[in-house]
Design a protein around this ligand. Sequence first.
Ligand code: SF4
Ligand code: SF4
Length: 399
Amino acid sequence: MEKFMIPAAEKILKGDKMLKSIDTDVFESLRTKNVDALIAAKNSGSRIIGMYCAYCPRELILAAGAIPIGLCGTVESAIPDAEKDLPRNLCPMVKSSYGLAVSDKCPYFALSDMVIGETTCDGKKKMFEIMESKNIKDVYVMHLPQMPDNNVSVDLWLSELRRLKDYLGKKFHVQITDAKLREAIHITNEEKRVLQKLLDLNQQQPVLISGMDMLKITYRIGFHPDRKEAIRLIEQVADGVNRAFPAGDLKTKRILLTGTPVGIGSEKVIKLVEESNALIVAQENCGGYKNVGLHIDENDPIDPLLLMARKYMKIPCSVMSPNNDRIDLIKKMIRDFHIDGVIDLTWQACHTYNLESYMVAKAVKDDMGLPFLHLETDYSQSDVETLRVRIEAFLEMIN
Ligand code: SF4
Ligand code: SF4
């Protein structure tokens, strides 16, 4: 005779996965699949271009018929290799990115035909110089203006986009036409649209997707070689979320994480918050919400490179001065995602995010009346218990 079970108990016995609104298994396996697909694409003649920043104009890479891949280092294991050449007192993201490149431990770097860097922060721009001197890869550096959304900056960035367009055209013997750029703009717009659709699901109460699950999806999908397929996958996940199994309940504290970017390997703050029974419902950082709302008007008939220049000069990164758009975005996210408290994460030796924390704290505490916690850390596990104590004390403060 078949054993009778209460449906809820059956779900619990089948494992945690049954209780989640979302199945992240498909994304867990993407790392290996992505590498295999990239090798196949390269063997059939595709070019691969590595990127290190949200300012990298991926539309130009797509219009050149190449595959854009993010190469920002998020793992601690690459740092000892970096510290052979770079100072220890440097942002872990810069060190990890460099370490992965010089140690040949990153398949995505190895598969790249060239990499594009930008003069965002001092650490990155000097690291690119050293990387170039190693002659391990063609390193192309773009000069980033640092006054946002201003005509002078837009003109400067436009000239940098033109310089890159010429470079890619000559290097890969391709003609980057306006039609190809417009197609690439459309793909990039679509990607932002579906990503925002997924991230916005957490505006619901209770929260549907934990910060860790969201990170697994958004991080892994970023390495997919086929952006159209990536768009389809993200939309499928967003549409398939099972609202019957939210990640928390109505009492779960809803935390906004802002600051430096986080990836798989550097997710310790997200983990600690969620191990303390709160949830990271949204992230104002690259990889999260920082630029998902920046779309280009596909019906605007002007030079597509100018449209791109205007868009990129609106990314609210702390390397911009002033960076008022970031403060406005944080306030909007606090309202839209019903946030109870804000954690501002700074990677050690990142001066721009560290300094900008003053403005963020003022906006969160004084203007929005919410608890605020600034954490400065690196990729190591050595301070995990100290961070846990600080995070638990912060969560206690939230009513
Ligand atoms: S935080 Fe700023 S510098 Fe870092 S990846 Fe994002 S846009 Fe680039
Ligand atoms: S986190 Fe800060 S220091 Fe590190 S790469 Fe980004 S802007 Fe530069």
